[in-house]
Design a protein. Structure first.
Length: 258
């Protein structure tokens, strides 16, 4: 089944529902709570949410960004993540269609979003999510072989994880084992070229962000900053358009050299 413009809205709606579930995962997983039971509830008064209060994006507007029961504010993050879920679903269907490859990429990208938010909140990247990313990468090696063979992907994952681990030892904790595991999983899914592109972009974005935070005095030199979100941004760009960007960059570089 091919993706057409008429499917944009339903696919976006489905992706927004996935984004809504990601909000649950991000809140509950670090707390050791089940992501399946009980149903959604207000984090302030713990009142169970009615179906009308749990419609992605729409409920946030309907409730004027406040809990119906206690009046506590609803964080803007919730609709933002739902919107990101919708956009990723549309992009995935445009690039890979309704195929096994598209399904695996959708799971991979959604899991990356959860990883970024949890690392941003807790400075921890859950092993369970890294294992899920590895599983996606192993399946993608069979259903989406364009990024490299299974052996090349495994080698890319091992070298990526090992490189970050060595860097962590040399910098005495500048990067954590969670970052190493995440980059290893990215290497298996994205392949050698994709993970190299993602890591390079992550370093660039991290450096720019660090300078910006220091300039605004939001952070001081030596303050910890989670690197996982930058790795995730790099992986998202690599998965959705890395090959095209790399090709454009190569042509531009060759043009300069000529």
């Amino acid at each position: 089944m091919c993706f057409t413009a008429s499917l944009t809205l339903p696919v976006f709606a489905l992706g927004a529902c996935i984004g809504s579930f990601l909000n649950v995962v991000v809140y509950r997983l670090p707390r050791g709570e089940s992501v399946a039971w009980p149903g959604s509830r207000c984090p302030w008064c713990t009142a169970p949410l009615a179906a009308l209060d749990n419609i992605p994006l729409f409920s946030f507007l309907l409730l004027s960004a406040r809990c119906r029961y206690c009046g506590a504010p609803i964080a803007l993050r919730y609709p933002v993540v739902e919107g990101i879920g919708g956009l990723l679903a549309v992009c995935t269907c445009i690039l890979w269609g309704f195929t096994p490859s598209g399904l695996m990429w959708a799971v991979f990208l959604a899991t990356l979003v959860a990883v970024a938010l949890i690392d941003l909140d807790t400075f921890v990247i859950p092993d369970s999510l890294c294992l899920l990313l590895v599983g996606c990468g192993l399946v993608l090696a069979h259903v989406s072989p364009d990024e490299g063979s299974l052996s090349s992907r495994l080698l890319a994952g091992a070298l990526s994880a090992g490189g970050v681990w060595a860097l962590s030892v040399m910098t005495r904790g500048g990067m954590g084992m969670g970052d190493a595991k995440l980059l290893g999983a990215m290497g298996i899914a994205l392949g050698p070229r994709g993970v190299a592109f993602a890591f390079g972009l992550a370093v660039l974005l991290g450096a720019i962000s660090g300078v910006w935070l220091l300039a605004l005095k939001r952070k001081r030199s030596g303050d910890p900053v989670p690197f996982g979100p930058f790795l995730v941004l790099g992986a998202l760009v690599a998965a959705l358009g890395g090959n095209q960007i790399a090709e454009w960059y190569s042509r531009a570089l060759l043009g300069i050299l000529d």
